[in-house]
Design a protein around this ligand. Structure first.
Ligand code: PLP
Length: 399
């Protein structure tokens, strides 16, 4: 798509989507750069073979150690604030010159005016002034923004807002060449028609809380990640000019930091059932080994709408009299909020202790994002599976 539009581009895998080092390595092996937000992610990227020109650091509160490592390596830094700009200047090697620190300035689009990330127009203009005054310390490579939500149009508007700032930078003798629009390309878990039918049919009776969450990830959105890019590149924010034509005419590289969409279909999560408790009628609560810190949508007042697959454990024989039940799934902690689903999921037969529940496609923020050792339970294992020459799966720890 990017090539079809003749747009110079750089893709940085948003390593925040998953803690797996193997996924970072897979991204680097596929030719992508890495978007890192901590010293640990930076080290993973370097270990995976990403060269500094293929590493871009984002995030609002980079530690001094992280900033120092980025400066020493010569990686690209998306600067979040004037304060951070000053901190980075203080880390500049004496007589930086040739080794000027490579930066993007993070813009806060007006659609995100309440966001704490990035700089609004006024602050960004001040940043440009400071950068131009310290041209031996900084090399301004361009601008960055990242927006919540999954709508390409909001990115088009943000890009249009950036145009005058690109001009100001050039008037100040700077040479911005990159526009980094962050991530947010959607993953389509199910077909849009199925998803819409699901949303229409669901009601409070499907949730143990008696409430349907107010918002969901667009599990079956109308547009795929490819459509998203097409919509962005062919939008016409400037009279008669598409985004793609604008980028080409100004010699700008489009950088993207997809996280969730790059790890689509690359992981599963597995929980062993420890107990099933009857709640009256056909309702059950299933307790699993592990917690909702692994499947964390419920912590954001939403739900992961993918249903688990129930795999009978060794002790679960065939039950001729099996009757369907509905169950929500709870973690092993003492927190009432620790539920993997508020949703009452329908099972054709009663789940049993020792059975396994498998959720597919959890790599994008649904694996062990918030996981910890609550109650001193060991954190769940993160494993990488490879297929050996013998055709069998081989598992290795991915820490
Ligand atoms: C700066 C930045 N870039 C990229 C991403 C990745 O977004 P996504 O996983 O939706 O593609 C995020 C996610 O929060 C982010 O904050």
């Amino acid at each position: 798509m990017l090539e079809r539009h003749g747009v110079d581009h750089a893709i940085y895998y948003g390593a925040k989507a998953n803690k797996s080092c193997a996924l970072v390595a897979a991204a680097v092996a596929a030719g992508a750069g890495v978007d890192v937000s901590s010293l640990a992610e930076f080290r993973d990227a370097v270990r995976a073979g990403a060269t500094p020109d293929r590493i871009c650091a984002t995030g609002p509160a980079k530690s001094t150690a992280f900033l120092r490592a980025l400066v020493e390596a010569g990686a690209l830094i998306a600067v979040d604030s004037l304060e951070e700009l000053d901190d980075i200047a203080a880390l500049a090697p004496a007589g930086a010159g040739e080794r000027a620190i490579r930066i993007l300035l993070r813009y806060r689009p007006t659609s995100a005016e309440r966001s704490r990330f990035g700089m609004e127009r006024g602050a960004l203009a001040v940043a440009l002034e400071r950068v131009a005054a310290c041209d031996s310390v900084f090399r301004l490579e361009g601008f960055h923004f990242h927006l919540g939500g999954y709508d390409p149009e909001t990115r088009v508007v943000a890009l249009r807002e950036l145009v005058p700032l690109i001009e100001i930078a050039r008037m100040r003798g700077l040479d911005p060449r990159t526009i980094d629009i962050g991530g947010g390309l959607p993953v389509r878990y199910v077909e849009p028609e199925l998803y819409e039918a699901h949303l229409t049919a669901q009601g409070p009776w499907h949730y143990r809380t008696g409430r349907v969450p107010r918002s969901f990830y667009p599990y079956g959105g109308r547009i795929s990640a490819a459509d998203w890019l097409e919509r962005f590149l062919s939008a016409t924010p400037m009279v008669g000019t598409t985004v793609a034509a604008f980028l080409r005419s100004r010699g700008l590289t489009l950088a993207l930091e997809p996280g969730r969409s790059l790890v689509d279909q690359s992981a599963i999560s597995l929980f062993r059932i420890t107990r099933v408790k009857a709640l009256g009628g056909d309702e059950r609560v299933i307790f699993v080994e592990g917690s909702s810190f692994s499947a964390c949508e419920t912590w954001f007042a939403s739900e992961f709408l993918v249903d688990p697959i129930l795999v009978p454990g060794a002790a679960s024989g065939v039950d001729e009299a099996a009757r369907p039940v509905r169950a929500f799934v709870a973690g092993h902690s003492c927190l009432d909020e620790d539920v993997l689903t508020h949703r009452l999921i329908r099972f054709d037969r009663e789940p049993r202790a020792g059975d396994l529940m498998i959720w597919a496609n959890t790599a994008g923020y649904q694996m062990d994002l918030l996981e910890n050792e609550f109650h001193r339970h060991p954190a769940p294992a993160r494993l990488t599976a490879t297929v050996g020459a013998d055709g069998a799966f081989h598992f290795a720890s991915d820490i």
